[in-house]
Design a protein around this ligand. Structure first.
Ligand code: FES
Length: 578
């Protein structure tokens, strides 16, 4: 009988933007007046952690711990257990338990939601003990970026194939030269997992080549609110075997192999991660998740892989004005990367996988027009992270080179086994030194001369289609050349998102203002095809100024995740214009 139930999220507490802003630094005790349930929130700078106000011992209620001068711990009223809410670990009894954390999510209006994932550790259903693995039975070959080719007994599974072409319009290119047999490898896969819709994971240029040979290749994605393949029809790629699976339920492949897709706590509408289990040995791939499964993950897996590099955002490189001097940006990037490195090292230390592999950060801004981004957007070095991990734990680390293969059985038995990791043959090209820019730039360029843009009413048509309004923000959109100077004959216009009007001048009321300069080929390609603005923002194809200097989450979230699933109807638009 089917034991598993699909993992769901339940909202336990909802704070309005005002209430969220009123949270004080340190410990906050809150009650949901409707349910009468109590919660503890710990705020430190911009981060909020939360748990139920229920003691793990026998369900007692926590109160302020007056002996705690740092303001980080609470005391149980029943038998005096103490919980440090900044770490969610019990300090009395010392070194004992962890408190179960709730997922904290910022909602649409920047209010705050406390969510509970149910069940929290779905991989514990129908547990299996690890069985003996023969040498060579489980082999993991790194191809590029987030793409791994897994041999699991007589099955083959591939993660996130990005092996050719750019990602995010023309902003990201492969750092590593994929092994020359990559297409054969993809073609012989029994399953392909695609973690999310971002184009460094869901690569249509790669899938196009694959579909040419095997359109029926079985692809698996999570049941995210925005479908991973929302754009499949428009992409022109013929794939006929896409399987959407529910979160938190084991998918049995054969008697030895199963996998489970989990959601991300920060972007549940789009991001996922995966646990693959072969003969009871788990491989955990958290990909790009910010807080995979709300921060609850299996411990002591055989192999864990995750992102590590940072730099997957236009911020702050593409910003100018105000505080955004070169010096500030350099400092900020350095500090952020360091934080990410420490966070990853801590996560690995806490989860204690036997082997850890940093991946999904091997891209480069190699188009000459993006030289500035390439030089500024410094990413973490996988070796630096691995050294940090080795210093603090006995986790074995693997810095993958394209074509290198890890033999899981050998590595689990003896990490010093010289055959544990087979490196690519001597003389193999590791880093790419040339990229085929032209065909991809031609596709983008084709949008520039499209008939749509002969009629200035495209602006109203597009933003009405986009559906973002009733928000006090005025944006000036400027089409530019390669160097972000105004494109001769290009559009330069204002959008007032309060009433979705297109005024000639900025309105006289007080309003936040943002200026977005975008390369004309990319913005027109995005507009024409109804694509998400990730291509512009994550792909470094914009330059931004804002006043005041605040992040308009609602605006960006809409244009990066929530645009309609079908593109604007330009055909009917042109008919009416004509
Ligand atoms: S119930 Fe909290 S210490 Fe016993």
């Amino acid at each position: 009988m089917e034991q598993s139930i699909e993992q769901t999220t339940e909202v336990l507490l909802c704070l309005s933007p005002g209430e969220a802003a009123d949270l004080k630094e340190g410990i906050n005790f809150l009650r949901n007046k409707k349910t009468g349930k109590d919660f503890i929130l710990y705020k430190s700078k911009n981060r909020v952690r939360a748990c139920k106000n229920t003691c793990k011992h026998q369900g007692g209620l926590f109160i302020k711990d007056i002996e705690d001068l740092d303001g980080r711990s609470v005391r149980c009223t029943k038998h005096n257990w103490r919980l440090d809410v900044s770490t969610m670990k019990y300090v009395n009894p010392p070194g004992s338990f962890c408190q179960d954390e709730l997922v904290v999510e910022m909602d649409e209006e920047n209010g705050l939601l406390l969510l509970e994932l149910n069940p929290p550790n779905p991989w514990d259903s129908e547990p299996r003990s690890p069985e003996h693995l023969a040498f060579g039975e489980v082999q993991i070959t790194y191809l590029t970026h987030a793409c791994m080719d897994l041999k699991l007994g007589d099955k083959r599974m591939v993660f996130d194939p990005w092996l050719t072409g750019p990602a995010f319009a023309r902003g990201w290119w492969l750092l590593h030269e994929p092994p020359s047999d990559w297409l054969e490898r993809l073609c012989r896969a029994d399953l392909i997992y695609i973690s999310h819709m971002h184009s460094d994971h869901l690569s249509y240029p790669t899938l196009k080549e694959l579909a040419g040979r095997r359109p029926d290749i079985p692809i698996y994605v999570g049941n995210t609110e925005r479908p991973v393949f929302w754009n499949l029809n428009q992409s022109g790629v013929q794939l006929t075997n896409i399987n959407i699976v529910p979160f938190g339920i084991w998918q049995q492949v054969d008697k030895n192999l199963r996998f489970m897709i989990l959601m991300d706590g920060v972007h549940p509408e789009m991001d996922t991660c995966i646990i693959v289990e072969y003969k009871g040995h788990k491989i955990l791939n958290t990909v790009d998740c910010t807080r995979p499964n709300g921060g609850r993950l299996p411990e002591k897996v055989a192999l864990m892989m995750s992102d590590f590099a940072g730099g997957a955002s236009g911020f702050p490189m593409t910003f100018s004005g105000g505080k955004f001097t070169e010096e500030w940006k350099a400092q900020f990037i350095k500090a952020e990367r360091k934080k990410l490195l420490n966070y990853k090292a801590r996560l690995v230390k806490d989860l204690q996988p036997r082997i850890y592999c940093p991946f999904a950060g091997y891209f480069v801004e190699s188009h000459p027009s993006d030289k500035y981004i390439k030089e500024t957007n410094i990413k973490n070095d996988p070796n630096e992270l691995n050294n940090l991990i080795k210093k603090n734990s006995d986790v074995v680390t693997w810095t993958p080179r394209p074509g290198a293969t890890l033999d899981l059985s050998r590595m689990l038995k003896d990490p010093t086994d010289s055959k544990g990791i087979i490196e690519p043959p001597e003389g193999t090209k590791i880093y790419k030194d040339s990229w085929d820019f032209e065909p991809y730039l031609n596709i983008l360029n084709a949008a520039v001369g499209d008939d749509i843009f002969l009629h200035s009413s495209w602006i109203k048509e597009y933003f009405t289609w986009a559906g973002f309004k009733d928000y006090n923000l005025v944006v000036r959109m400027i089409e530019t050349d390669e160097d972000f100077s105004p494109f001769p004959g290009g559009y330069d216009y204002l959008v007032d998102f309060l009433d979705l009007s297109f005024p000639k001048e900025r309105p006289s009321r007080e309003h936040p203002y943002e200026e977005i300069r975008s390369r004309v080929d990319v913005i027109r390609h995005v507009v024409k095809n109804g694509l998400l603005w990730d291509d512009l923002y994550i792909g470094f194809q914009t330059r931004l100024q804002r006043s005041p200097d605040i992040y308009h989450h609602l605006f960006w979230n809409h244009f990066q995740i929530k645009l309609p699933l079908t593109p604007p109807n330009w055909r009917s638009f042109l008919m009416h214009c004509g």
